[in-house]
Structures are given as structure tokens and as C-alpha cells.
Write a protein that binds this ligand. Structure first.
Ligand SMILES: *[C@@H]1O[C@H](CO)[C@@H](O)[C@H](O)[C@H]1NC(C)=O
Ligand SMILES: *[C@@H]1O[C@H](CO)[C@@H](O)[C@H](O)[C@H]1NC(C)=O
Ligand SMILES: *[C@@H]1O[C@H](CO)[C@@H](O)[C@H](O)[C@H]1NC(C)=O
Ligand SMILES: *[C@@H]1O[C@H](CO)[C@@H](O)[C@H](O)[C@H]1NC(C)=O
Ligand SMILES: *[C@@H]1O[C@H](CO)[C@@H](O)[C@H](O)[C@H]1NC(C)=O
Length: 458
């Protein structure tokens, strides 16, 4: 018997290419003389620690809104934590302007020591996500490195300590084997749900591929009632479609905000630590989902959530299965991470050594920073002076698959007094925003905007 449940899956892959002109096939200008134009790393002197979960959720929310602006009226499903998990691995290896931009856009501290603490906090939260009880969340990341690319040992160690990332040597010249190898890793870490992640081989100039995978499978605490799932009109922004809308009723956390003209509903999973929130405009004809979301930030949503309370509710929610694969380069550039994509300017000097002979001095400096033996003063200059190994990020692919259904037949509660007059109605029958949050870590693991639940692949 097939188990009915929510299944969500996300993969983010980032591939890094050489931009030094060592590749005979590459036509990029030589970059030997590129001067690091950045002054020393900015000191951020706030004594308050960054609340890392809020920081990541805020970034994830902005990312989603950006994608919505770029892909008008298309369904979008992303994993904020998965994307940040990946970019954080790149941040860890970057210096100079590349570092400053990534840190600033993510909301991580630019001060090198505080930045390291941000990584440690975030890494701990990601590990804390992993559970394998009644619902399952699995986070994994890895790095595939070309055999001739001298990865810094210190980076390898840090990646493993903080993000539990495997480092796997890969010969990208054997592009078909490399593709199969990466796909095998993906299959291994997504419970076999994504069989063919890379459809085409990567270019042979690939030096590094970073991957993060996040998998979630959960069951509703209060399942929907399958007998009542039916085709009901759903108003997209353009027309009306007939969508399978499921039905639920009972006591749920709910709130509406007159100020923001929205209402929000919480649908808990039965692991008592994961919740899905669904949010939509109260009057969709007057305020579109995009306008509503542009007027909010994650902090305000968090405040609205704090004000939610249990109400009697009648809920209509689409049953759907969707997958989208998004290339994130343009969105991330627009958000301020330009340099990491720019050949010759991108600098991943902490990830990869520029020459094959390890420079003990540099390694020692970095070790001392990691172990807190050096104060920030002066360190930034030293780090920014490391020779640029000439690598840039070529692409970031984010692939998410999601299934939502009723789960549960025995839950056809005897309650047939469904449409009690006093109940709040939350009908997701026009575009809405939803996200899944792990309440223990507060990390938003998945978020989506559904414009048309009948479109399964975006
Ligand atoms: C989760 O639990 C199931 C059954 O208890 C087991 O087969 C599976 O290997 C576990 N997965 C992980 C990642 O621990
Ligand atoms: C995938 O899992 C199998 C079985 O555990 C293991 O032998 C193999 O090395 C794994 N492959 C990768 C790329 O992680
Ligand atoms: C959908 O749009 C039609 C036409 O504008 C309108 O009559 C109907 O009330 C709308 N339905 C919902 C659920 O908003
Ligand atoms: C959650 O649902 C699963 C599947 O029905 C069940 O095995 C498990 O006992 C439930 N857990 C709780 C806490 O209700
Ligand atoms: C090692 O790196 C330092 C700092 O970048 C530099 O001053 C020194 O010349 C390098 N040593 C060797 C042997 O390359």
C-alpha cells in the first residue's frame, strides 16, 4: 500500500569553474593581474549575536519574493534553508569582495570571527533538523572536487566539522562518470526520490560542485478527509481552473490581520515540531499575493504567527504534486551576490590553494583564526591578500519536488457538522503563500507560492 504523505525534496547544486585560462577550451581573459579591489573586511561592531534562524528566514523570504517578481504568476517552490546551506559553504571559502557580498546578502556578520560563529550556529541548526521519527527531515551536503584542484585541508576540515559535508574527489574530465557519481550521491540522500538530477554532463572545465539536499516527509496531525476532496474552481490571476481541493475542519491556529489584510492558518504535522503555514490576502481581488508579500517581511510574519490562536476552522486546500527546477544565478546577482559569478573577480582563496605547494604560512594563519588565536584586526588584510585561485561560480540549480495529499482515511471523523456557521473559513482557492517551519530550530525548510495548483511542473 502506498503511504500517503507530504513529501518534499530539494536539491541545490552549485558548480564552480576555473577562470584562470588554464583550460585550453576556455576563452576567458587571463586574470593573473586582477587586483583585489576590496579594502579590508568591514568590522561589524554590534555586540548582539545575530539570530541566525531569523536571518536565514528573512533572506529566504526575500529570495522567494524576488523569484516571484522575475517569474510572474508561476508557481515557485524553494527551500530557503537548503539554498542558504549551499551558499554558506561558498561563503566559507571566499575572501575579499566575494566574501563581503555573500555575507552581507545572507545577513551573516562580516567580521571574520563572528562570521565563523554564524556558520557554527547555522551548521548546528541544520544538523538539529535531522529527525527520523514520525516525520522525517534529512539534510545533507557534499562537495565534489576535481582531482587536480588543490582544496585547502583547512576548508575540508571546517566543512566537515560545521556542515558535516563530505568531500568527494571527482574527475570532471570523465564527464559521464562524474554525472553518474553525482546522481548516485543525490539518490542516496533523497531516499531514491530523485533519480536523475543531472540530465546532462557538466562541462569538463568544472572544478568543484557543491550540493545540498533537504528531504522532508511528514503526516498531518489532523489529516484531510479524502471523501470530500473535489474539483472546485480556483481563481488564478488570469482565469478559473478546476482544482482538487481537500477539506479539513476542526480547531486550528488561525489569525487575520486587518492591518495587512491577510489571514493565516497553521497546519501541524504529527511530529509536534513541524508546521505548515498558509497565508493569503483577505480580499484577493483588491490585493494580489505578490503585492501582499512585497508589503511584508519575514519579521512581520513571525509577529503575526505569535498572535495566532486556536479557532474553529473550515479549510480547503489543494491536493498537488509539483516539481520545479530553478536557476538561481540571476536572482542572487540581483540580490547583491555579483562577484562570485564573475570570472577573474570571484575569489575562493580560502577554499582552494592557488598553487599545488601548500603554503604553510597561510594554512597556519587560517588555523589560528579558526581556533580564535588571532584577533580580527589585521587578519582580514592577510586573508584578502591570499592569491586568487581563479575560480568562479558558474551556476546554481535548485530542484524541489513536493507532494501534498490528505493522508489518512481513518480520520473521517464522525463530525459531519462541517460547516458550522461560527467557523473561520480558510479556502486556498486563489493564489497563496505557504511555508514549512521546524518549530524547534525555527528554520523555514520549504516555502512556496501557488498561483495554479493544476500546473505540476514549472
Ligand atoms: C530511518 O528509520 C528507518 C526505519 O526505522 C530506517 O530504515 C532508516 O535507515 C532510517 N534513516 C536514517 C537516515 O536514519
Ligand atoms: C551511495 O550509497 C551506497 C550504499 O550505501 C554506497 O556504497 C555509495 O558509495 C554511495 N554513493 C555515493 C556517491 O555517496
Ligand atoms: C473567481 O473569479 C470569478 C470571476 O471574477 C468570481 O465570480 C468568483 O467569485 C471568484 N471566486 C473566488 C473564490 O474568488
Ligand atoms: C504520525 O503518523 C504516523 C503514521 O500514521 C503514525 O505511525 C504515528 O504514530 C503518528 N505519530 C503521532 C505522534 O501521532
Ligand atoms: C606564503 O604566503 C605568504 C602570505 O601570502 C607569503 O608572504 C609567502 O611568500 C608565501 N610563501 C611561499 C613559500 O610561497
Amino acid at each position: 500500500m502506498e503511504v500517503k504523505a507530504w513529501v518534499i525534496l530539494t536539491l541545490t547544486a552549485l558548480s564552480i569553474h576555473g577562470s584562470c585560462g588554464q583550460e585550453p577550451t576556455e576563452t576567458i581573459e587571463t586574470t593573473e593581474n586582477v587586483e583585489e579591489t576590496v579594502t579590508s573586511t568591514t568590522m561589524v561592531t554590534t555586540s548582539k549575536e545575530v539570530d541566525i534562524a531569523s536571518t536565514i528566514n528573512e533572506f529566504g523570504y526575500k529570495l522567494l519574493v524576488r523569484i516571484m517578481q522575475q517569474r510572474t504568476n508561476d508557481n515557485v517552490v524553494i527551500s530557503p534553508s537548503g539554498v542558504v546551506g549551499l551558499i554558506a559553504m561558498a561563503l566559507l571559502g571566499s575572501v575579499g569582495k566575494t566574501y563581503n557580498e555573500i555575507a552581507e546578502t545572507l545577513g551573516f556578520s562580516q567580521d571574520i570571527l563572528k562570521n565563523r560563529r554564524n556558520h557554527e550556529q547555522f551548521g548546528a541548526l541544520l544538523q538539529a533538523l535531522n529527525t527520523n521519527v514520525s516525520s522525517k527531515t534529512l539534510y545533507a551536503d557534499a562537495m565534489f572536487v576535481d582531482e587536480h584542484t588543490p582544496l585547502r585541508e583547512i576548508y575540508r576540515k571546517y566543512l566537515n566539522d560545521v556542515y558535516r559535508g563530505d568531500v568527494l574527489n571527482t574527475d570532471f574530465k570523465q564527464s559521464e562518470e562524474a554525472r553518474l557519481f553525482i546522481n548516485e550521491w543525490v539518490r542516496n540522500h533523497t531516499e531514491g526520490n530523485i533519480e536523475k538530477f543531472l540530465v546532462h554532463p557538466l562541462p569538463t572545465s568544472t572544478k568543484v560542485v557543491l550540493l545540498s539536499a533537504l528531504y522532508f516527509k511528514g503526516q498531518w496531525e489532523q489529516p484531510f478527509v479524502p471523501e470530500y476532496t473535489m474539483k472546485i474552481p480556483f481563481n488564478t490571476t488570469k482565469n478559473e481552473v478546476m482544482a482538487d481541493l481537500m477539506l479539513n475542519f476542526g480547531h486550528f491556529r488561525y489569525s487575520f490581520s486587518r492591518k495587512h489584510s491577510l489571514h493565516i492558518l497553521a497546519l501541524p504535522y504529527n511530529d509536534s515540531e513541524t508546521t505548515m503555514y498558509a497565508l493569503k490576502p483577505r480580499f484577493p481581488k483588491r490585493l494580489s499575493i505578490l503585492e501582499l508579500m512585497e508589503s511584508l517581511d519575514y519579521k512581520e510574519i513571525d509577529e503575526i504567527i505569535s498572535g495566532m490562536s486556536k479557532k474553529k476552522c473550515v479549510i480547503r486546500f489543494p491536493k498537488m504534486a509539483m516539481r520545479n527546477s530553478i536557476k538561481l544565478e540571476d536572482t542572487l546577482k540581483a540580490m547583491g551576490m555579483r562577484t562570485m559569478f564573475t570570472p577573474g573577480l570571484a575569489n575562493f582563496a580560502l577554499m582552494v590553494n592557488s598553487n599545488l605547494v601548500a603554503n604553510r604560512t597561510e594554512e597556519e594563519i587560517i588555523t589560528d583564526i579558526d581556533q580564535g588565536r588571532i584577533q580580527t584586526k589585521g587578519v582580514s588584510d592577510m586573508i584578502n591578500g591570499l592569491p586568487n585561485p581563479g575560480l568562479h561560480i558558474d551556476s546554481i540549480v535548485h530542484d524541489v519536488k513536493m507532494t501534498i495529499d490528505e493522508y489518512g482515511t481513518e480520520a473521517v471523523a464522525a463530525t459531519s457538522a462541517i460547516l458550522a456557521r461560527s467557523a473561520e473559513q480558510f479556502y486556498a482557492d486563489s493564489p497563496f503563500y505557504m511555508f514549512i517551519r521546524n518549530e524547534r530550530t525555527k528554520l523555514v525548510t520549504f516555502s512556496a507560492v501557488i498561483f495554479d495548483p493544476t500546473v505540476t511542473i514549472a
